[in-house]
Design a protein around this ligand. Structure first.
Ligand code: NDP
Length: 248
């Protein structure tokens, strides 16, 4: 049986690194791990050595078109297809009330959190089409991007919330535009990573909000990805890592 081929962006640390760690431990997989600076991605090199021929670290910056095309050319040369793309790279760069949010912070967050997934999809679609199974394009989304739930969080994160909401729109649009593609946004939980910790440090109202480990969040995310299918009747859902459905 041919291996399942994954590409994970933002894999140098946090949720992305844990995704690669758990995927690499599976049988019959090949995992391409995207990092902005592969030369300093020590944990990914450790995984490459532990799982020779299963893990490849590739230079991937969101939304750099040249990087994305080069990664796809490399994957095409090594395995010739992609089965699952996990768009995980993301940033949260601002914690000020909306009246003071800088347009530069808005633009930078839009670049990474919205143009990043779009460019990744544009680059990988041809290789996803070569999958013998139903290809999956997955976004590591956020409950913060839910209009119903995220707007009520006591956190001043306008750039983050609006861009995560826009990325959800992109995912639903891809579902309707590309028959056969499984396009699903998945919230990983409130996860103890650099991003999760820095939000709690900057916003006193959520300082004590509970967090789960990357291991637990990613275990749930992978279980959601494994069972993800196209819902032809009611369209894609914003999935939670525990398998429940979050409101848009
Ligand atoms: P971290 O800040 O811990 O890690 C972010 C990762 O993304 C790093 O590997 C970083 O690379 C990479 N990255 C950042 N900017 C770019 C870029 N322009 N191009 C490529 N890679 C980039 O975040 P998390 O692991 O917590 O978050 C991962 C995803 O999960 C994000 O999309 C986030 O929105 C989402 N999420 C996280 C939650 C949480 O509670 N932690 C909750 C809900 C969603 P480098 O190491 O080089 O800086």
């Amino acid at each position: 049986m041919s291996p399942t081929v994954y590409l994970v962006s933002g894999a140098n640390r946090g949720i992305g690194l844990e995704l690669v760690t758990q995927l690499a431990a599976r049988d019959n997989v090949v995992v391409f791990a995207g990092a902005r600076n592969p030369s300093t991605a020590k944990d990914l090199h450790t995984l490459e050595s532990k799982y020779p021929g299963k893990v490849y670290t590739v230079k991937l910056t969101s939304p750099d078109v040249t990087d994305n095309k080069a990664v796809v050319a490399k994957i095409k040369e090594i395995v010739g297809r992609l089965d699952v793309v996990i768009c995980n790279a993301g940033i949260m760069n601002s914690f000020v009330p909306s009246e003071r949010v800088s347009l530069d912070d808005m633009r930078e967050t839009f670049e990474v959190n919205v143009l990043g997934p779009l460019v990744l999809f544009q680059a990988t679609y041809q290789l996803l089409k070569a999958s013998s199974d139903s290809p999956k394009f997955i976004l590591i989304a956020s409950a913060a991007g839910s209009v119903e739930v995220g707007t009520k969080f006591p956190v001043p994160f306008l750039p983050y919330g609006t861009t995560k909401a826009a990325a959800n729109w992109l995912m639903v649009k891809l579902h309707y535009e590309y028959p056969g593609l499984v396009s699903v946004p998945v919230h990983p939980g409130s996860v103890k990573t650099d991003m999760g910790t820095s939000a709690r440090e900057q916003v006193p109202e959520i300082a004590d909000a509970p967090m789960i480990t990357s291991e637990e969040g990613v275990k749930g995310v992978l279980s959601v990805i494994d069972s993800a299918k196209r819902d032809e009747v009611s369209g894609p859902k914003l999935m939670n890592y525990d398998g429940s459905i979050l409101p848009w």
